[in-house]
Every structure is written in structure tokens, then in C-alpha cells.
Design a binder for this molecule. Structure first.
Ligand code: EPZ
Length: 421
């Protein structure tokens, strides 16, 4: 397992581009199953999660090939509609194969995704939505077994849960509804830009969807969809991570392909703590503008503050004199980074789904452990600001969400060495 050796403190300066959005590419790759023929998805980052998704599609009977940042998926033959545990356990987002397989084949078995470092990850809302469309679903030997022998039928569905909307739950029900008979209304749909990207991919395939980007999607089922070419949006979470990297190191970064409109909550939070965020020819420029101020952050479904940037922002607030608070409303246990940041001399106190952050003058290098991919990114940020040489173990967590991050940060001033452990 690789480790990162990171020298700090550094100041990042220069221009850095973001890759395609992993969390848009994954459901879009799954959606290719809805049409016979070969779809090509472009601007797909080369990440282990994407490779696992390709492995899953091949196990269904698809032919999957990567050429650079393009992935072609020939879904003409689906002769094994099964999401095998050995694959699903590697990446719980594999659950988003459930809706398209059910719509395409009328029967599907997908392993229940396990939990992960950020806590329990139920799929009850996914199943509720698909049952509303007429699927018979039961759990057997850890697998979701779903059938729709008479096909799926459109329905008005409320898809909200105790934590608000569900991103992949919306993806599953949306994809299934595109081939259901009649009209489906999804109320309390997720509005994340990745779901908008999926909807735009489906519309290009011939799906009839209204309300894209809103919490109310109206889908008129069609008989067939066609394979298409499609380019995935830039990764807003990677962009938000780099924005935080500029802020925490007191530097200045130009991110030429950052879609700031998809990061308004993050930009607002940064501007409120003495970080300048300016639009610049389709991208943005971020620079520290004085001492970091304290903040009170609550994570929410889009367009609220993204849970996927919570850990990164916590690293930044560790250096804000005074007390800040972060409240995690999406995944209340998503605090694996708290113990690791504390090893770097951060002063943090977890109170249930909240963490009180007491600012310190500086962070100090220490050996730390990566866990979920965003917590791990937070450790990279902290290490670049800390005094000394930090060693981050289990870097494969970072590689799941950030392609060759050291090769992209070093040219703008980071000092990260990847060592084979
Ligand atoms: C997606 O996960 C993202 N993953 C996550 O990003 C992201 O953190 C999350 O959305 C929230 O934005 C992908 O897109 C591959 P949810 P998803 O269903 O869809 C509860 C990353 O770092 N819930 O929106 O699985 C759930 O427990 C990853 O890139 C139910 O209760 O998340 C959570 O509290 C991590 N029942 C809340 O809803 C359900 O059936 C939101 O989860 C489904 C979800």
C-alpha cells in the first residue's frame, strides 16, 4: 500500500485543472445499460472507483474499453443481470446499476452495498422508489432481488428521507422511470449537479425528462433509448478541494475549468472567512486574504454546503483563531478525519454530529491514516500547511477520488512524494 510523504508548510501558486466528475461518471456509466449498442462517456477520470464500475459492467455482459479519458460501453448483450458481492463490496455506488438493469431486463440481483468509513449507508429509499414503479423486491443472502415481469409503470413518488434527498436513490428511480409505462413524478429528487448531468445524458439517449435540476422531476416513459456520446461535467468536489488547498496554504490558485455556479455554498463559506473567490474566464481564482476567520458550517443536500467538502473545510478551520463549528447533517458519523487531524495538533471536540474546532497557530506534521476518500484529502491539505514531514498511510483511499493528486499539486508548489509501502 502506497504512502504519501508530504513536506510543509508550502504556499500553492499557479493554475490547476479539475478532472471529470467521478460522481457523475458512475451513474452515467450505469445508465449506458438502458440502451442496446455502444455509448461513449468522455472526460472520465482514471480512478479505481471507475475501474470497479467498468468491471461490474463487464460482469453483466457489456464490452467496456477505455481510450484515454473516454470509456466506451457496449451494452448490446446483458446476459448476467447480477451485481456480484465481490465487486459491489469494493464500491457501494455499484448500487446504481439496480434501476437500469431492472428497466432493461425486468429482473436483477444486486448485492446489498456494505457500510463504509462514513457510516451506515441504507438503500431503503432506493427500494421504496422502485417498488412504487411496480417492482417486486426482496432481500436474499445479502442480495437485493428485484423483478418487474410486467414491466415498470409510472407513478407519483415522494423520494425524501430523514436526511432529505438521496443522490443515488434519485439516480436509480430516474433511470428506471425512463423506460416505465406512463408518467413518473419524483418529488424531493436530489438536485446535485451530478444528477443534472445524468438527466442530460438520459435526455440525449431519448428520455423525456422535465424539471432537470429541480426537486421535482417529471419523466414520460419511452419504449427504447439509444446509445450516445457524452462528456461528463468537471468535478466540483475536486475543485472545492483545490480551493481549500489554496486557502489553507495561504497561496493563490487559478482553476480554469471550475464551474463556480455548482459551488456557491462553498464559495460563500470561503468568502466569509477572508478567502477571495473570483470568477475568471469560465473558471475561478482563489486567494487567502488575511487571517482565516471562524465559521459555523452545516452540511445539507445541494445547493447547501456539500458533505463531500466537510472534512477539507475542517482542516482549514483548524487554523482560524477562535471557535468554529461544523454540523454534519448528511452522514452524522463522517468524522474519521477528526482523530487524524488531532494527531497533527488540531484542537477538535466531537459532540454527536457536530465538531467544535478551536483554532491553533499551526498544525504539526505526524504519521496519519487515510480513511474515506474526502477525509484523506483533508489530511493532504493539513499536511501541506503543517510544519514538518507528514506521512499519510493507505493512500489508496485518496486514489479512489483524486487521480494522481501528487502529480497535479506538486507543479503548483506542493512537496508530495509517493512511496511504495
Ligand atoms: C452520493 O452518495 C455520493 N456518492 C457521496 O459522495 C455523497 O457524499 C452523497 O451522495 C451525498 O451528497 C456518489 O455519488 C457515488 P445519499 P449516496 O443517498 O447517493 C440517507 C464521495 O465522497 N439515505 O444522497 O449514497 C443516507 O444514509 C461520496 O464521493 C437513506 O436513509 O448518498 C445519507 O444520510 C461519499 N436511505 C443521506 O440519505 C437511502 O435509501 C444522503 O445519502 C439512501 C440514502
Amino acid at each position: 500500500m502506497d504512502v504519501f510523504q508530504i513536506e510543509g508548510p508550502v504556499q500553492l501558486k499557479g493554475s490547476i485543472k479539475v478532472n471529470g466528475a467521478k460522481n457523475a461518471a458512475l451513474p452515467i456509466m450505469a445508465a449506458a445499460v438502458l440502451a442496446e449498442g455502444r455509448s461513449t462517456v468522455k472526460n472520465v477520470p482514471n480512478l479505481s472507483d471507475i475501474s470497479v464500475c467498468g468491471e461490474l459492467l463487464k460482469s453483466l455482459g457489456c464490452n467496456v474499453e477505455r481510450q484515454g479519458d473516454e470509456i466506451s460501453i457496449d451494452a448490446t448483450t446483458i446476459d448476467n443481470p447480477v451485481g456480484d458481492y465481490e465487486i459491489v463490496r469494493k464500491m457501494r455506488a455499484s448500487i446504481c446499476i439496480l434501476g437500469p438493469l431492472l428497466a432493461r431486463c425486468g429482473k436483477v440481483r444486486v448485492s446489498m452495498p456494505g457500510g463504509c468509513a462514513i457510516g451506515y449507508r441504507p438503500v431503503d429509499i432506493h427500494l421504496r422508489g422502485l417498488r412504487e414503479l411496480g417492482a417486486d423486491i426482496f432481500i436474499e443472502n445479502g442480495y437485493i432481488v428485484a423483478t418487474a415481469p410486467k414491466g415498470l409503470k409510472g407513478k407519483e413518488i415522494f423520494l425524501g428521507g430523514p436526511f432529505g434527498s438521496t443522490v443515488l436513490g434519485t439516480a436509480n428511480v430516474l433511470m428506471a422511470a425512463t423506460l416505465a409505462k406512463g408518467v413518473t413524478v419524483i418529488e424531493s429528487a436530489a438536485c446535485e449537479p451530478e444528477i443534472t448531468d445524468l438527466a442530460n445524458f438520459l435526455k440525449k439517449m431519448g428520455a423525456r425528462i422535465k424539471g432537470v435540476g429541480s426537486p421535482r422531476l417529471v419523466i414520460k416513459g419511452v419504449r427504447h433509448l439509444k446509445p450516445v456520446e457524452y462528456e461528463v461535467i468537471p468535478d466540483r468536489i475536486e475543485a472545492g478541494t483545490f480551493m481549500t488547498a489554496a486557502a489553507i496554504t495561504g497561496g493563490e490558485l487559478d482553476i480554469p475549468n471550475c464551474c463556480l455556479d455548482d459551488l456557491m455554498a462553498m464559495a460563500d463559506a470561503l468568502r466569509n472567512i477572508n478567502v477571495t473567490v473570483e470568477k475568471n474566464n469560465g473558471g475561478c481564482v482563489i486567494a487567502r486574504d488575511g487571517i482565516i476567520k471562524t465559521a459555523q458550517i452545516t452540511t445539507q443536500p445541494y445547493p447547501g454546503f456539500p458533505t463531500d467538502l466537510q472534512a477539507q473545510f475542517m482542516s482549514l478551520l483548524c487554523l482560524a483563531p477562535g471557535n468554529s463549528v461544523i454540523i454534519e447533517k448528511i452522514f452524522p458519523d463522517r468524522f474519521m478525519h477528526v482523530a487524524e487531524l488531532s494527531r497533527m495538533a488540531a484542537s477538535l471536540r466531537k459532540e454527536g454530529a457536530a465538531v467544535i474546532i478551536s483554532g491553533v497557530d499551526k498544525l504539526k506534521a505526524a504519521p496519519v491514516m487515510a480513511s474515506d476518500l474526502r477525509a484523506s484529502a483533508a489530511l493532504v491539505l493539513a499536511a501541506m500547511a503543517a510544519e514538518g514531514t507528514t506521512v499519510i498511510n493507505r493512500v489508496y483511499h485518496i486514489d479512489r477520488g483524486y487521480e494522481k493528486i501528487e502529480e497535479r499539486l506538486n507543479p503548483v508548489g506542493a512537496k508530495i512524494i509517493r512511496l511504495k509501502d
